[in-house]
Design a protein around this ligand. Structure first.
Ligand SMILES: Nc1ncnc2c1ncn2[C@@H]1O[C@H](COP(=O)(O)OP(=O)(O)OP(=O)(O)O)[C@@H](O)[C@H]1O
Length: 296
């Protein structure tokens, strides 16, 4: 490991609770510590039920919320020290978000291609419309779309799956090192989920982008992530290599979570992601060592 891409050290976030005059606080994120290496792109999952602090953690990684205590470093720089507009823009180019609802991520009054070309001008310095369109098309091709398919179209004219792909393309235009994806497939039609999930793997492998994948969905986490932390009430209760954690969880919360939602058989889990009825389980002896991804 040559250094850390992202390093969280005892990160805490408290919010005021109990009204304006109250001094009470609730702790949304408590003492979270983890590191993503800069020379080993990976999909790092943050899993937990609603209210466990996942989105608050995502906002702190994106620099849009400040920690109450602890430090977050990106490429060695403490995010708290980024104060200038130029510093903030440079950080934003390297750490890009993908949100749950692509219809909220795009302004309904702006054409999708304009959105992408504006990003190319702002973050990649594209000097002409032709250059901005070339960069937008390149990013769209990466996600299985093309500029021709989105040109002159507004967000409501695309399907949810297409628009989430366009949102991922927008995130790719600045050539980021890290993508923070907060529930990126939960609003996508179940039948298209697998193709988006596979896309994140391709970005990791082909573009060497690391991905912080935030979700409450264990099935997709099991399929795509390399490492996982499981959060409960703001705290990390279990962490490690995804296969190890899910195959033999040790914390009572992880055990209960797995029992409640994750079909133990890989073929069944793949069907669950696609929203299909579960097929018969594959006998243990015939199971591949690695889960087989069947797409789209
Ligand atoms: N701006 C805020 N002010 C006060 N409390 C907040 C704020 N943001 C989040 N919280 C609280 O912090 C806790 C963690 O919320 P967070 O949204 O991070 O959880 P989550 O795991 O992402 O849940 P979900 O999946 O429902 O988004 C919750 O109790 C929430 O109500």
């Amino acid at each position: 490991m040559t250094g850390a891409l992202l390093q969280l050290d005892r990160v805490v976030k408290r919010f005021p609770a109990g009204g304006f005059f109250s001094r009470r606080h609730m702790t949304a994120v408590r003492d979270v510590t983890f590191t993503l290496a800069s020379d080993r792109p990976e999909i790092f999952a943050i899993v937990g039920e609603s209210g466990s602090g996942k989105s608050t953690l995502a906002k702190m990684i994106l620099g849009s919320e400040k920690p109450s205590a602890g430090t977050l470093r990106f490429d060695g720089t403490d995010l708290a020290t980024i104060r200038t507009r130029a510093g903030r823009e440079a950080f934003m180019a390297r750490v890009q978000p993908v949100f749950q609802n692509p219809f909220e991520a795009f302004n309904p009054l702006t054409r999708v291609d304009d959105y992408l070309t504006t990003t190319a001008r702002r973050f990649r310095g594209a000097a002409s419309r032709a250059e901005a369109e070339r960069l937008a098309d390149e990013a769209l091709q990466r996600v299985g779309l093309s500029l021709a398919e989105v040109k002159q179209r507004f967000s409501h004219e695309l399907s949810g799956g297409q628009l989430q792909r366009a949102a991922i393309a927008r995130a790719l235009i600045p050539a980021p090192r890290l993508i923070v994806a907060d529930e990126p497939v939960s609003m996508v039609d179940a039948s298209l989920r697998m193709s988006i999930v596979n896309l994140f793997r391709a970005l990791r492998d082909d573009l060497k982008v690391s991905i912080v994948y935030i979700t409450h969905d264990l099935a997709t986490t099991y399929y795509i992530s390399d490492r996982v932390i499981i959060m409960q009430k703001g705290e990390v209760v279990e962490s490690g290599d995804t296969r190890t954690v899910f195959d033999a969880p040790t914390h009572p919360y992880s055990i209960a979570l797995k029992a409640a939602v994750l079909p133990p058989d890989p073929t069944q889990a793949a069907a669950a992601i696609r929203g299909e009825p579960l097929p018969a389980a594959t006998p243990d002896a015939e199971r591949p060592l690695e889960p087989v991804l069947v797409g789209p």
